[in-house]
Design a binder for this molecule. Structure first.
Ligand SMILES: O=C(O)CC[C@@H]1NC(=O)NC1=O
Ligand SMILES: [Fe+3]
Length: 398
């Protein structure tokens, strides 16, 4: 079998099946950026490789995937961080005209170049820890032109770095001042004008919304989902973060790729997600940073067989976090996920939350996106905080 490169003598966390799929003395062979074989070296087919890399006893996982970020935005919210230290809640700050709308002003004032320049250091931090795919949402422009500029900036990140960027249109993130008191009018503009343009320009791979008391109602969310379907775009949803509006069940009914946050998810939402195959994307960085106390229903999600993904939710207001390794530690420490669940959360299930069936496991036919680690066991990737044991990152076979 002709191949470009063989990585041999390593231990593989294939993430195939439901666990780590750990393989000792493993071998990965790839050609043109696609895995031809991943498994025990002694079961490998005869290979003619242009290059052979001896990985010693290092562990190899699929490249990490951050399936929920607001990486592109203007400004920061450090001042509000101090307000919160003085006791203001996230919702009080939002209702006082802070929160998302204050980042909206900074984003509207930023050029596309400035948006790219300010996002690159955040993207580089994720890449430094082995990220090979990153999702980036719009949602801080809240007007036609700025939302398009955010999505163009997100697409450019994928040309400036060796990483795959999945883009998500999140026009329904907050109500802009121009539509104060008229959320239905804003939703109508999103459904009848903005979404058509975003789809026609091919700038978004999915559509998201913030279904919450300080966001949009289930009825408004449903209209956005219907418009997304008309334009052939899959959906995902910020759901049950601060209260239970049955957003996750609504998302599942629309075949959503994922429902995200889910601290207030109930049994009906879990059942609907399990039936629809909707991924539960948990965001422990936001839970930690806004000092939530309501844990997502992990045991019930596990029992129902709902796939669990983990992501940074990197955003300036509730999760200024650019470390998937720390996200895994928080997933274990705060949410009591197992090591295998945390690793699946940033690989196999994160790929599923983006509808990307060509990655997230080490199997023949998948993208050759790898992270090679200087660790004795995969648990070290979840156990440590603020330590990066990445030895090498392989993106599309290189
Ligand atoms: O505060 C921000 O800037 C965004 C917060 C972020 N967006 C959302 O829908 N939920 C969140 O936690
Ligand atoms: Fe978010």
């Amino acid at each position: 079998m002709q191949c470009d490169t063989v990585w041999k003598g390593a231990r593989l966390a294939t993430m195939a099946g439901t666990g780590l799929g750990a393989v000792a003395h493993g071998l990965i062979a790839a050609r043109d950026g696609v895995i031809l074989y991943a498994g025990p070296a002694d079961a490998a087919p005869r290979l003619e490789a242009a290059r052979v890399v001896d990985c010693g006893g290092r562990w190899i996982t699929p490249g990490l995937i951050d399936c929920h970020t607001h990486l592109v935005h203007g400004g920061d919210r450090a001042a509000e961080f101090e307000m919160r230290l003085d006791g203001a809640s996230y919702e009080e700050i939002a209702r006082a005209g802070g929160g998302i709308v204050s980042t909206m002003r900074a984003t509207r004032a930023a050029s596309e170049d400035a948006l790219v320049a300010s996002a690159l250091p955040r993207l580089d931090a994720l890449i430094a820890e082995g990220a090979t795919t990153v999702e980036v949402k719009s949602g801080y422009g809240l007007d036609r032109e700025t939302e398009l500029r955010m999505l163009r900036a997100a697409r450019r990140l994928g040309r400036e770095r060796r990483v795959h960027i999945a883009t998500t249109y999140l026009g329904a993130h907050a109500l802009p001042p121009e539509y104060a008191g008229d959320p239905d009018g804003y939703v109508a503009m999103l459904c009848d004008e903005a979404l058509a343009e975003v789809a026609a320009l091919g700038l978004a791979d999915a559509v998201d919304a913030f279904c919450e008391g300080i966001g949009f109602t289930p009825a408004q969310t449903e209209r956005i989902f219907a418009a997304a379907a008309r334009h052939g775009l899959p959906v995902k949803l910020h759901a049950e973060q601060l209260s239970n509006l049955s957003g996750a069940a609504l998302a599942a009914r629309h075949g959503a790729l994922s429902a995200d946050h889910l601290e207030f998810l109930d049994e009906a939402g879990i059942a609907a997600m399990a039936a629809a195959g909707t991924v539960a994307t948990l965001l422990p960085g936001a839970f930690y940073f806004v000092r939530e106390t309501q844990l997502p229903p992990i045991a019930q999600l596990r029992a129902a067989g709902v796939p669990i993904a983990l992501a940074t939710d990197c955003n300036p207001g509730t999760s200024p976090l650019t470390s998937l390794l720390l996200v895994m530690n928080m997933g274990a420490t705060l949410f009591r996920l197992t090591v295998a669940e945390c690793l699946a959360g940033v690989t196999r299930n994160a790929a599923r939350a983006l509808g990307l069936g060509d990655r997230g496991t080490l199997e023949a036919g998948k993208r050759c996106d790898l992270a090679i680690w200087d660790v004795e066991r995969p648990a070290e990737l979840v156990y440590r905080m603020g330590f990066n044991p990445l030895h090498a990152r392989i993106w599309s076979g290189q």
